[in-house]
Design a protein around this ligand. Structure first.
Ligand code: ADP
Ligand code: MN
Ligand code: MN
Ligand code: MN
Ligand code: MN
Length: 361
């Protein structure tokens, strides 16, 4: 006789998820590992949290995540932000974003937030806003092939899928809808979603967010997506070129403005930022994501990795000035080079350094 397999019956979970917690709250501590993937673990706290400094430091075994050697394995988790937890709704349960610190309090090797936060603070007067367009691809976790595609074969060529509507053109919309609502519940500044050019590829946008908040909110939006997709049994890939051939890659276009760019006369500030970016093309490309050379080929709405270019409304450029910004004469610009797998702290950090200047001293 075999036991009934009810572990995937999520209706059963609903019996428990709304049980009162007797005043305790659950805090899910989240961090970024050595491979740019997210990890998390939960703990009970004895009261509702109203500010980040009420959250205790915690730690984990860094030797299990590639973040520390086995003989000195404790890595500290320093809380930096918290959000309502859509997976444990009600009862003041929270998701806690943390920075990883070594025993001596210095940032862990894979903690790129620490340096970015310092840059953002030094240039806070410029009020740098970002908007990130996160593209991603859905995979079947069993064989790693693109979700919904005929096995060992391909769907019809690209064309009908971008912002597509209707069966055969749209894949896994339920996941995207669930993620959108989860982001809004958590207070993420998600500004939209759309289906992408390659079938089973999607995009969400987060922003505008000022300074370090951009990296924080993008990492949290990725965490929410990974968790939602986990429930649906689908894997999320952030690889910039999940499939070779005539299929679009995945990017993370980075939209940027300073307070001077956002008011009449702003175009001259946008142009001077682009001049500075032209001089540091190689330094930026180095941080813009692993395997990005597979994507930045000059085809599929990208600019060639080895040359810097800019233009109004041109999707084949490194930097694009949106048409509406060109007409109005102020607003923001878009850096189209970053890959989907970038660390948003690295991109927003170097962008701030290039357009506002390195920290003195
Ligand atoms: P695209 O036309 O390139 O597909 P999207 O609409 O997908 O652009 O994304 C544009 C992003 O730019 C959004 O995240 C939006 O919040 C952000 N954005 C809008 N205005 C600004 C601004 N002034 N500064 C920085 N980001 C901005
Ligand atoms: Mn243990
Ligand atoms: Mn977009
Ligand atoms: Mn896109
Ligand atoms: Mn874009």
């Amino acid at each position: 006789m075999s036991l009934p397999l009810n572990v995937e019956n999520t209706a059963l979970l609903n019996k428990y998820i709304n049980l009162p917690q007797n005043g305790s709250i659950i805090a899910e501590y989240i961090w970024i590992d050595a491979f740019g993937a997210m990890r998390s673990k939960a703990r009970t706290l004895n009261k509702k949290i109203t500010s980040v400094d009420q959250l205790p430091q915690w730690n984990f075994d860094g030797s299990s995540t590639g973040q520390a050697p086995g003989d000195n394995s404790d890595v500290l988790l320093q809380p930096v932000a918290f959000y309502p937890d859509p997976f444990r709704p009600g009862s003041d349960n929270i998701l806690v974003l943390t920075e990883c610190l070594n025993n001596d309090g210095t940032p862990n090797k894979f903690n790129h937030r620490n340096a970015a936060a310092k840059l953002m603070k030094a240039h806070a007067g410029q009020e740098v806003w970002f908007g990130l367009e996160q593209e991603y691809t859905l995979l079947d976790p069993v064989d790693g092939y693109i979700y919904g595609w005929p096995k060992g074969a391909f769907p019809a060529p690209q064309g009908p899928y971008y912002c597509g509507v209707g069966a055969g053109k749209v894949y896994a919309r339920n996941i995207i809808e669930a993620h959108y609502k989860a982001c809004l519940y958590a207070g993420i500044t998600i500004s939209g979603i759309n289906a992408e050019v390659m079938p089973s590829q999607w995009e969400f946008q987060v922003g505008p967010c000022e300074g370090i908040k951009m990296g924080d909110e993008l990492w949290m939006a990725r965490y929410l997506l990974d968790r939602v997709a986990e429930e649906f049994g689908i894997q999320v890939s952030y690889h910039p070129k999940p499939l070779k051939g005539d299929w679009n890659g995945a990017g993370c276009h980075t939209n940027v403005s300073t307070k001077d760019m956002r008011v009449p006369g702003g175009m001259q500030h946008i142009e001077s930022a682009i001049e500075k970016l032209a001089k540091r093309h190689d330094a930026h490309i180095k941080l813009y994501g692993k395997d990005n050379e597979q994507r930045l080929t000059g085809r599929h709405e990208t600019a060639d990795m080895h040359t810097f270019s800019s233009g109004v409304a041109n999707r084949g450029c490194s930097i694009r000035i949106p048409r509406s910004v060109g007409i109005e004469g102020y607003g923001y610009f878009e850096d189209r080079r970053p890959a989907s797998n970038i660390d948003p702290y690295l991109v927003t950090g170097i962008m701030t350094e290039t357009i506002c200047g390195a920290i003195e001293g």
